[in-house]
Design a protein around this ligand. Sequence first.
Ligand SMILES: Nc1nc2c(ncn2[C@@H]2O[C@H](COP(=O)(O)OP(=O)(O)OP(=O)(O)O)[C@@H](O)[C@H]2O)c(=O)[nH]1
Ligand SMILES: [Mg+2]
Length: 199
Amino acid sequence: MNPRKKVDLKLIIVGALGVGKTSLLHQYVHKTFFEDYQTTLGASILSKIIILNDTTLKLQIWDTGGQERFRSMVSTFYKGSDGCILAFDVTDLESFEALNTWRGDVLAKIIPTEQSYPMVALGNKIDLEDRQVPQEVAQDWCKEKNIPYFEVSAKNDINVVQAFEMLASRALSRYRNTENYLTDSIKLSPEDQTRRRCC
Ligand SMILES: Nc1nc2c(ncn2[C@@H]2O[C@H](COP(=O)(O)OP(=O)(O)OP(=O)(O)O)[C@@H](O)[C@H]2O)c(=O)[nH]1
Ligand SMILES: [Mg+2]
């Protein structure tokens, strides 16, 4: 019998149109990259099982389409998530400027709303020459918001695993804190017990 604990985590990836959300996810989960662009219609889910700190994590990662017309629909998926990737394209200044709005949207929708909700920011496409967002500018924004920042390339598989696993690790810590809090208070209702996803 495997003595490891198992935890299910729901993660989401958000950001402007075409910044590479789907590509990052495919690189992380399938180790593949496609040059062709197929916009994500609404949302889709990919799963990956990893082992972190002697815990088996089943990551369910929700990929959301960046198109404006899906914005209100995809925001319904934020609810109940354990962490979020904020993605932008370092060659597209507008996509970086939009991060504030994406972050605000997510924080407004997650339940419960809390300061410790895990997020990481990814500046994607660092393999390209025509950068519009200097690394320091992105770093300063993230520092101010207390969000870890990674410069990544879905195409060349740079920093992708590190970024996803940083988020998974933070989401796991938050999960454990909540679990301890609930255990300590010994006030778990049967519904709450069913809701906890640890086995
Ligand atoms: N050079 C380069 N191109 C990338 C990278 N990541 C993604 N792309 C390309 O950027 C385009 C858009 O990528 P997607 O992953 O579909 O972007 P998305 O954010 O999922 O887009 P929506 O679903 O429409 O919101 C595709 O043509 C990808 O091949 C990268 O790291 N480097
Ligand atoms: Mg997509």
